[in-house]
Design a protein around this ligand. Structure first.
Ligand code: ZN
Length: 170
């Protein structure tokens, strides 16, 4: 049985594997990383239905009433620490191993260098009211043309039938 002290030493050694100072992360980067880490280190868990929400101030993250919290002010190490507890439970050797592997994965994936950064998508230019009405008029005109063609086809068919019976009767 490992003494608490030895375990605490290992946690300290693990923490020292983070490069310091850690680069600032955005909520979007941490969220992308959390989704990937959970998939990699907890693949058999049911699909993570918790909404990932941004927290701030002294809400450091983890389970919240609104979902799974990530506080970008607290940074990479805090996000990984909370997530590793979610995956591996409290402080013990198994948890230490999981968190250590997660830290290694974060470092080796280039995430600290920013390769999860995504530019927000520019909004599609909003069609004006006039443009939307013009598009609707076009759609309804095309539908009317299709209906007219179908009606003409029916008219030709029944005209032929009528002519047939008139000739028969003659
Ligand atoms: Zn902890």
């Amino acid at each position: 049985m490992r003494t608490t002290k030895a375990l605490r030493e290992d946690y300290r050694r693990m923490d020292s594997t983070w490069p310091r100072p850690l680069p600032q992360a955005t909520f979007q980067e941490l969220k992308s990383a959390a989704i990937r880490l959970r998939r990699k280190f907890h693949p058999r868990s049911p699909k993570w239905k918790m909404k990932i929400v941004e927290t701030s101030g002294n809400r450091h993250g983890g389970r919240t009433s609104r979902g799974w919290g990530i506080n970008p002010e607290c940074g990479w190490d805090s996000m990984v620490h909370h997530l590793s507890h979610f995956i591996a439970g409290g402080h013990h050797d198994g948890h230490l191993q999981t968190e250590w592997a997660m830290i290694k994965h974060v470092r080796e994936s280039g995430w600290l260098e920013g390769n999860l950064k995504r530019e927000p998508k520019p909004d599609a230019p909003k069609a004006s009211l006039i443009e939307r009405r013009a598009a609707k008029a076009q759609r309804l005109k095309e539908r009317a043309e299709r209906e007219l063609k179908a009606a003409e086809k029916r008219l030709r068919k029944w005209t032929r039938k009528v002519r047939y019976y008139e000739q028969r009767a003659a």
